[in-house]
Design a protein around this ligand. Structure first.
Ligand SMILES: [Zn+2]
Ligand SMILES: [Zn+2]
Length: 263
């Protein structure tokens, strides 16, 4: 299975959109119980948002000791999802502790391999599963001045570079770890929900898709805003200090989610 990144090495937040052969196109996928979780980014937005097929959702948080999610992150994620998705059976958070993967920093193929080796929750029957890895290593794309905080790389797969959050907080007094982590997680979840216009079917993308920073929102205080000035490590701190809290989705992004069965 080979994916080629087409776009978006972004600045403050990160998202890679992959195209290419999907495993569900191949014969072997028919017998693969994980096939439903190996589709391209954004394609499961409707399944996650509506209750047409899936009545509940399991979010599996995978981490090694020392890189676990903050309590506030878990609480805020649950609130964020319950406010937007129709899941009468509820949103269930499952935590899986693993041995620390070796070989950091990680490129996206290694991140996929870690998922392959450690993910335990897959979409089955009427429960849809999403995987989030809290990485014990940085992204291999990081440089002296640029960092990748997280990436949504498949229809139900997210990596958050927890090691990078910890480094940033250690080096920048006043940066709130939980706010940084929650903002990144909810932003990447937004991409899983196909924001902005990832599958080219949002209702009025011309009103808010940022043409200069595609797949992001032009509304400056929106969760899905692509902060072009947040290229550098130092600006992550400035961003957090200037906002102080996790940005919310603006009405245009919410309308896109509602058009796909969300609340
Ligand atoms: Zn993004
Ligand atoms: Zn928006």
């Amino acid at each position: 299975m080979k994916f080629s990144p087409v776009a978006l090495f972004f600045l403050f937040f990160s998202t890679l959109v992959f195209t290419g052969c999907k495993s569900d196109d191949s014969d072997e996928a028919i017998n693969d119980p994980t096939a439903e979780n190996k589709k391209s980014l954004g394609t499961s937005a409707e399944d996650i948002l509506s209750d047409d097929i899936y009545k509940s959702m399991t979010v599996e948080l995978v981490y090694s000791l020392g890189f676990e999610p903050e309590e506030q992150t878990k609480n805020m994620l649950t609130q964020f999802l319950n406010a937007r998705v129709n899941k009468p059976g509820g949103v269930i958070v499952k935590e899986t502790v693993i041995n620390p993967p070796q070989g950091a920093p990680f490129d996206i193929d290694e991140i996929k391999e870690i998922e392959e080796n450690n993910r335990t929750a897959y979409t089955a029957e009427d429960d849809l599963a999403v995987y989030v890895f809290f990485s014990n290593g940085n992204s291999s794309k990081d440089t002296e001045t640029r960092v990748t905080l997280g990436t949504a790389y498949l229809n139900t797969s997210i990596v958050l570079y927890k090691k990078t959050f910890l480094d940033l907080v250690a080096n920048n007094q006043g940066t709130d770890l939980a706010t940084l982590e929650t903002t990144t997680l909810e932003h990447e979840f937004g991409h899983i929900l196909s924001l902005v216009n990832i599958t080219d079917d949002d209702i009025h993308p011309e009103n808010h898709e940022d043409t200069a920073n595609s797949r992001h929102c032009v509304v400056e205080n929106c969760l899905m805003y692509f902060e072009a000035t947040n290229t550098e490590r130092a600006t992550v701190t400035r961003f957090l200090q200037s906002r102080g809290n996790v940005p919310e989705l603006d009405p245009l992004c919410i309308a896109d989610l509602q058009a796909k069965g969300g609340k």
